[in-house]
Write a protein that binds this ligand. Structure first.
Ligand SMILES: Nc1nc2c(ncn2[C@@H]2O[C@H](COP(=O)(O)OP(=O)(O)O)[C@@H](O)[C@H]2O)c(=O)[nH]1
Ligand SMILES: [Mg+2]
Length: 313
């Protein structure tokens, strides 16, 4: 049996192998993705993002348990380099992680954040597709909301939950970091701590304009992930957002936007790779630097020549 045949038969090891091949940009990456593409589109991907320590992994953990209890199969992608799933965690986290890994209906994968040459969002989006084709119903993607890369990763998901905690200035930070832009649902976790009411009203204030313009809810759910408080409400909002995306009027628009995203990001990523591997390989680049340093040519003529003139390659 080939790896793909095993994959089709539901073998989790084959799933892991295929993900590794794609993450490492193996020679058959594009063929595999093309082959799997017709099988995608059934799963819903849910990004869970927010500052470090907000409780994202705890939430993912609990959501997973709830989803599998209700008969759903789940994929988890951890992009957070400090996430318990990636092994960078404290003992307490490891114990929690075991709960998940013992669950056969959950497949967990952490993404290497280093050496991905800016392609993290693309690889994440591809891994989502592979899990989708494998038959996972829901794919949860945990990522730390600290930079553009993480925002890009969130963009690769169908819906995004932004997790915040009741610490002073958190909503302002989140606003600055662009998190308000990408949120479909807000989760104010650690509601057992002081100030959770205040952050909810802060988010409300920020979101009211957007709500009025779009007619959308942008719900805020207060949770205590460790104490299992508010998780049913959060799940309800997740299901509502998934329903919204799948509703007829929205679906066509959403699908087209995803296809646009896939085309743009894939071509951009493949071109960048070719640029670095080939057109501007380290060796060629060094040569060009020396040329220009020694007074021969300039970056602008070089750029024109490299892009227009195929014989350069
Ligand atoms: N007080 C309190 N602590 C929590 C809550 N949820 C998670 N934590 C704790 O916050 C810490 C960070 O959680 P983690 O899920 O690893 O955060 P992440 O970095 O966002 O993934 C852990 O020690 C959790 O046990 C909560 O609702 N209340
Ligand atoms: Mg984490």
């Amino acid at each position: 049996m080939s790896t793909l045949e095993k994959f089709y038969a539901g073998d989790a090891i084959a799933l892991a192998k295929i993900i590794t091949h794609i993450e490492n940009r193996g020679p058959q990456t594009d063929q595999i993705l093309a082959e799997l593409y017709p099988r995608t589109g059934k799963a819903s991907s849910v990004g869970v993002t927010g500052p470090p320590g907000a409780g994202k992994s705890t939430l993912v953990d609990k959501l997973c348990a709830m989803l599998t209890d209700s008969g759903k199969t789940v994929g988890v992608i951890a992009v957070d380099p400090t996430s318990p799933f990636t092994g960078g965690a404290l003992l307490g986290d490891r114990i929690r992680m075991q709960d998940l890994t013992a669950n056969k209906n959950v497949f967990i994968r952490s993404m290497a954040t280093r050496g991905s040459m800016g392609g993290l969002a693309v690889s994440t989006s591809e891994v989502i597709k592979v899990m989708d084709a494998f038959g996972k119903d829901i794919i949860l993607v945990e990522t730390v909301g600290v930079g553009q890369v993480e925002l890009d990763v969130a963009e690769a998901c169908d819906i995004t939950i932004v997790v915040l905690v009741p610490e002073s200035g958190d909503s302002v930070q989140a606003l600055k970091a662009g998190l308000m832009e990408i949120a479909d649902i807000f989760c104010v976790n650690k509601a057992d701590r002081e100030g959770s009411g205040r952050i909810v009203s802060e988010i409300n204030m920020i979101m009211d304009v957007k709500r009025e313009k779009s007619g959308r809810e942008f719900p805020i759910v207060a949770t205590e992930a460790v104490n299992n408080v508010g998780l049913d409400q959060l799940m309800e909002k997740i299901n509502m957002e998934i329903e919204r995306i799948k509703s007829d009027e929205f679906f066509m628009k959403h699908r087209r936007r995803k296809i646009r995203y896939d085309i743009m990001k894939t071509v951009e990523h493949r071109l960048k790779n070719r640029l670095r591997k080939d057109i501007l390989s380290e060796e060629r680049l060094s040569g060009y630097i020396e040329d220009i340093f020694n007074g021969r040519g300039n970056p602008y003529d070089l750029a024109r020549r490299l892009i227009d003139d195929k014989s350069e390659e």
